[in-house]
Design a protein around this ligand. Structure first.
Ligand code: SF4
Length: 378
């Protein structure tokens, strides 16, 4: 199994907290479409060595829903042609990220007819004042209408994103957002604690003292509320930030976690062919001029230690946990490293648990998973 990710680097306005690569100049959308097709052409044998077939496609960004239906169709048709996807049913998951204010019935119908079957909607909150503070383009009524329009357009697999853990969010607000989310009954919910990234408006406000983060204990309460409300509504938490109806876990993201090959197209996209990784620099201007994609892409050199640490991190973020036998078959030298004694110590503290040959972070400790995982890095 392999996946293709297309990074669409356009946003009409920038959200307060976001550090994903994107530009406001949407006048370059057609040129971008042509460049993505050129890059896909160049990479058409990317999965040949691993023998993997493309099973997931994911348009992310930026804001993929700023692409015209014609661009979206042109890229999709090229991917099918270049990667020998003869039957659309070969694609097990085809996701497009959409902003609620782009999700008109006409646009959604066009996405569906071009092959998309799953939507990831950036809802973030159902409180208008918070959406305004985040500098989102939509309000809560627009998000509700967009979700209903997506159902009417026969999207039967929808994920929504929600944000918690910011200064103005009270537990009551958060409970209200969760209640509205659950009432919509999406198949999947991703929820993130607001991070403060350098170079964003929020980062600058934090540096000048204009923004004071919510204390960790309050964020923890909101995370626990998230787990409680979603589990009460029948969602299964399968990763630190991901909840799904049974059988609706995201396949594309899971392939990142499982180390299966993926090809990223577009500026700032990362790729992994099973042995070597590379990434495209985050520059639309340079991307549009490219013809020699090999010299444009930068190789990511990861040492064995980096790869080990990454495996530990990606596995422990998931409820499935870290398979000890698999870990040792990949990294036999770790048998004599302090990893297992560190893990034993964390088990004694209740920060890890083990069953069936797998090490996991208990549900109640997932909020502090980053700290626990760091303790295990070699
Ligand atoms: S959160 Fe999405 S819409 Fe907002 S700036 Fe980032 S990529 Fe653009």
């Amino acid at each position: 199994m392999a996946g293709i990710y297309i990074h669409v680097p356009f946003c009409s306005q920038f959200c307060t907290y976001c550090d994903f690569y994107s530009v406001k100049d949407t006048g370059k959308r057609e040129a971008f479409t042509e460049a993505v097709i050129r890059e896909a052409e160049f990479r058409k044998n990317y999965f040949k060595e691993s023998g993997c077939r493309v099973k997931t496609i994911y348009f992310g960004g930026g804001t993929p829903s700023l692409l015209s239906p014609a661009s979206f169709r042109a890229i999709t048709e090229s991917l099918f042609r270049l990667f020998n996807i003869t039957d659309p049913s070969e694609i097990e998951e085809f996701t497009v990220e959409v902003n609620p204010d782009d999700a008109t019935p006409e646009y959604l119908a066009a996405l569906r007819s071009a092959g998309a079957r799953r939507l990831s909607m950036g809802v973030q909150s159902f409180t208008d004042a918070h959406l305004k503070w985040m500098n989102r383009r939509h309000d809560s009524a627009t998000a509700l209408n967009a979700f209903r329009a997506a159902r009417e357009a026969r999207f039967e697999n929808i994920s929504i994103d929600l944000i918690f853990g910011f200064a103005d969010l009270t537990n009551e607000d958060w409970r209200n957002t969760l209640k509205k989310a659950v009432e919509l009954s999406p198949e999947h919910i991703s929820s993130y604690q607001l991070g403060i990234e350098p170079g964003t408006k929020l980062g600058r406000d934090y540096e000048t003292g204009a923004y004071t983060p919510l204390p960790d204990d309050k964020s923890y309460t909101q995370y626990s509320l998230l787990q409680e409300v979603l589990s009460g509504a029948g969602y299964v938490q399968y990763e630190v930030s991901s909840f799904a109806r049974p059988g609706r876990e995201a396949k594309h993201n899971s392939s990142y976690w499982n180390h299966t090959p993926y090809l990223g197209l577009g500026p700032s996209a990362h790729s992994f062919n099973g042995s070597v990784r590379h990434f495209n620099p985050p520059s639309l201007a340079k991307y549009l001029k490219q013809t020699d994609w090999d010299s444009f892409a930068k190789n990511e050199k990861l040492s064995d230690r980096d790869l080990f640490n990454e495996t530990v991190m990606l596995s422990l973020r998931r409820k499935e946990g870290l398979d000890k036998e698999l870990l040792l078959s990949r990294y036999p030298e770790q048998l004599t490293s302090p990893f297992f004694s560190d893990a034993e110590m964390l088990m004694a503290l209740g920060e890890l648990e083990e069953s069936g040959g797998k090490i996991r972070i208990p549900s109640g400790k997932l909020f502090i998973s980053d700290g626990i995982i760091r303790e295990l890095f070699q």
